[in-house]
Design a binder for this molecule. Structure first.
Ligand SMILES: O=C(O)CCC(=O)C(=O)O
Length: 276
């Protein structure tokens, strides 16, 4: 992450970091998620997998908060390269709060234009998304599209949108945005785009014969408060904010303890000694 990218983020509300991860790494991660999706159901699934459905999103529904139950997701969430990127853009250490995976197989609907902050229960709205593409993503298979500079806009109400099928069945009032200014984030597998929570963005349908799998990881600084609404542990915490290093700002959030590596119980991995 260099000064040029930091300046671009401030001015445009997003940056694209091509090939932050290797094709080999992202291929393994993608195969891991495909295997998980094809073989089970998980906490956070809104519906089961319907392998006979005509709707590609019912055959491959999105997964959420995988890091709560999948060690590989947790390790990616705290990856040093992502940490470095997000620290540079947030100006302080990022705290990991959410993982989400869209498989986006051929024929899958897109996501109409929206601002993430509309859906996020954090104040101030500094929850940033690192969106990593696990397949080559381009105009044909529905890559991420952003409207530069719209991160300076206030949060806009969403309207119902059902004429063009889209994942959220809603969109920003089209009179508020000039969609012709949208930029396609064309990326090879392993590329990452980082988004400000207010930037207007979305994606078109996958009109190709190729999958377009994308992993979103969200981060906040410790000064940002997670508003506790429906997703709360019995002892009053948001279940998946991990304080992985540094110090919490007192009185803002209660973080989960740092996960531990337990020899004999967990599969060893590079650097596992420092997680005991
Ligand atoms: O993965 C996509 O196609 C869009 C994802 C997106 O806009 C989001 O997660 O906010």
């Amino acid at each position: 992450m260099n000064d040029k990218l930091r300046k671009q983020f401030l001015e445009e509300g997003f940056v694209v970091v091509p090939a932050l991860f290797s094709q080999y790494e992202t291929g393994s991660l993608r195969d891991h998620y495909m295997r998980l999706r094809e073989t089970g159901s998980y906490p956070g699934d809104t519906a089961g997998v319907d392998i006979g459905s005509d709707d590609p999103l019912k055959r491959y529904p999105r997964m959420i908060h995988m890091h709560r139950w999948d060690e590989m997701s947790l390790r990616w969430m705290i990856d040093a390269r992502l940490n470095e990127c997000m620290t540079a853009l947030l100006g302080r250490e990022p705290y990991a709060v959410q993982t989400m995976l869209y498989f986006k197989p051929p024929g899958a609907r897109g996501q109409a234009l929206h601002q993430d902050q509309f859906y996020l229960n954090v104040q101030p709205g500094t929850c940033m998304a690192a969106w990593m593409t696990l397949d080559k993503s381009d105009e044909e298979n529905g890559c991420m599209r952003v409207i530069p500079g719209t991160h300076r806009m206030d949060l806009q109400e969403l309207q119902k949108k059902t004429d063009v099928p889209n994942v959220l069945s809603s969109q920003i009032d089209p009179s508020m945005v000039d969609e012709s200014r949208a930029v396609d984030c064309v990326l090879g597998a392993g590329g990452v785009s980082v988004h400000h929570p207010n930037i207007i963005h979305g994606s078109n349908a996958n009109n190709s014969a190729r999958r377009r799998c994308g992993l979103t990881i969200r981060y906040i600084p410790t000064t940002t408060k997670i508003q506790l609404k429906w997703d709360v542990t019995p002892d009053g915490r948001f279940p998946s904010a991990f304080l992985l290093r540094g110090e919490a700002v007192p009185g803002v959030n209660n973080y989960n303890p740092r996960p531990k590596y337990v020899p004999g119980e967990h599969m060893p991995f590079k650097g596992c000694e420092s997680w005991i």
